[in-house]
Design a binder for this molecule. Structure first.
Ligand SMILES: Cc1cc2nc3c(=O)[nH]c(=O)nc-3n(C[C@H](O)[C@H](O)[C@H](O)COP(=O)(O)O)c2cc1C
Length: 190
């Protein structure tokens, strides 16, 4: 089974990280999850679910939760085999750390490793409006090999629910990361 690292930070939109993890697990991926300190708090606030309840809802043999302070954990090393990493939602703060190579926690370090190993790194960035620092950091991260994929759903799919809008972003993000389709939304023209 292929392994993907999922980072969940303290930007709004925890539901994106939740859905991405669920879809990856349902599609037979191994998932390593890391919540930042604020990621955990915002997740619990926005979803009304504790991180523990969320992890317990997932298949135990496929999903591993790592402490963001544990820089000894396997995702810290390039020798640990993964096919890539996605950070969803990605805060402006975490983008800044990645863009500048400052690896204070396991999400920053794993992202830095993913870029140095030339594996796909998808940043589902969430902030609005953007300041110049955000834009410059997006350019730095993009130049280093990351894909910045704003949490900005299209409306041409005529979504009727919030879940549909979330699925729009999740499908795009996971296609970018893995190169395959997850069939969460219809393609234009179908
Ligand atoms: C309810 C809530 C919503 C937030 N939404 C955002 C957001 O959309 N984007 C963002 O960059 N920061 C947002 N923040 C601020 C981040 O949580 C904060 O900057 C934090 O330090 C980010 O750290 P992290 O990237 O390690 O999680 C939000 C904070 C709270 C409490």
């Amino acid at each position: 089974m292929e392994r993907i690292i999922v980072g969940i930070t303290g930007a709004s939109g925890s539901i994106y990280g939740k859905r991405i993890t669920e879809v990856l697990a349902a599609n037979s991926y191994l998932v390593d999850i890391v919540f930042s300190e604020m990621g955990k708090k915002v997740f619990e606030y926005e979803t009304g679910m504790s991180v523990e309840e969320f992890i317990n809802s997932l298949p135990e043999e496929q999903v591993t939760l790592f402490d963001h302070n544990d820089l000894f954990a396997p995702p810290s090393s390039g020798s640990y085999r993964t096919i890539g990493m996605i950070i969803a939602p990605c805060s402006a703060g975490t983008l800044g750390h990645i863009a500048l190579g400052i690896t204070d926690n396991l999400i920053h370090r794993a992202a830095d490793v993913t870029l140095k190993e030339k594996r796909p790194l998808v940043l589902v960035f969430r902030e609005t409006p953007l300041n110049r620092i955000h834009i410059e950091n997006m350019l730095r991260a993009t130049d280093a090999g990351a894909t910045v994929l704003p949490a900005s759903p299209g409306f041409y799919g005529k979504s009727e629910t919030v879940e549909d809008l979330v699925n729009f972003v999740v499908e795009r993000a996971l296609r970018t990361l893995t190169g395959r389709e997850f069939n969460l939304v219809k393609n234009w023209g179908e």
